[in-house]
Design a binder for this molecule. Structure first.
Ligand SMILES: NC(=O)c1ccc[n+]([C@@H]2O[C@H](COP(=O)([O-])OP(=O)(O)OC[C@H]3O[C@@H](n4cnc5c(N)ncnc54)[C@H](OP(=O)(O)O)[C@@H]3O)[C@@H](O)[C@H]2O)c1
Length: 207
């Protein structure tokens, strides 16, 4: 569809556009044989994605920063979709240890993984370092998801082999990167506080 079509809801080659809802896109799909992980499903786009996947019958794992916030979402989604199969697990994407711990628990407790939706993200927050000493947006949006995907890849490959159903990894991004300064991304300056937070977001979140 391209950047210029979205405000008017124009449809792209898929037949869907920015006016299409998750329910429109998943209409008529039986996802009851699928297991999906949706990061950042405690809010916003991730929550709606988890709701619609659950509505179509998928087994949905919600990794939440705290079990409390995850359970709150699970309860609210279960009210809307009483048949939902939702599982809350703890994971803080800004901590590499937390991502490793989540992936380890998931891999040992779940036989299959068909869909990984890397949706969680933060943007334009004040300069801050993660527990691992990495600029927080880069740690959360990029490194956390990179590690998570790598640690789940074998499970996705074995699932595809065993079930004959091709897996899908979806990384959410934004067209906002088009507004970056055009100078590219300097890997030597990841923790450079002088770079504005918005600049970091645009260069990193959507790189
Ligand atoms: N909304 C838009 O217009 C738009 C436009 C372009 C791209 N996007 C992209 O779409 C995605 C979703 O956006 P959104 O607007 O739905 O975001 P949102 O409402 O702000 O929700 C962000 C989600 O990410 C989670 N999260 C943040 N830091 C985390 C961490 N360290 N570990 C685990 N989870 C963490 C949040 O969990 P908590 O509940 O714990 O905070 C929340 O569930 C993002 O990647 C964003 O860049 C959105």
């Amino acid at each position: 569809m391209g950047i210029w079509g979205w405000p008017w809801g124009r449809r792209g080659l898929s037949g869907f556009g920015s006016a299409s809802t998750a329910e429109d896109i998943a209409a008529g799909i039986d996802a009851s044989h699928l297991t999906a992980i949706v990061t950042g499903a405690t809010n916003g786009i991730g929550k709606e994605t988890a709701r619609v996947l659950a509505l179509r019958g998928a087994n949905v794992i919600i990794p939440a920063r705290t079990l409390e916030s995850g359970m709150k979402v699970k309860e609210s989604l279960a009210e809307e979709v009483p048949s939902s199969k939702l599982h809350v697990m703890e994971m803080d994407l800004s901590s590499l240890d937390s991502v490793r711990s989540f992936a380890g628990s998931f891999n040992s407790s779940h036989k299959h993984l068909n869909v990984l939706i890397n949706n969680a993200g933060i943007m334009a927050c004040p300069f801050q370092l993660s527990k691992d000493g990495i600029e927080l947006q880069f740690a959360t949006n990029h490194l956390g998801h990179f590690l998570l995907t790598n640690l789940l890849l074998d499970k996705m490959k074995s699932t595809a082999k065993e079930t004959g159903v091709q897996g899908r990894i979806v990384n959410l991004a934004s067209t906002a990167h088009r507004r970056s300064d055009g100078k590219g991304f300097d890997l030597n300056k990841l923790n450079n506080e002088s770079k504005s937070a918005i600049c970091y977001s645009l260069l990193i979140l959507f790189a």
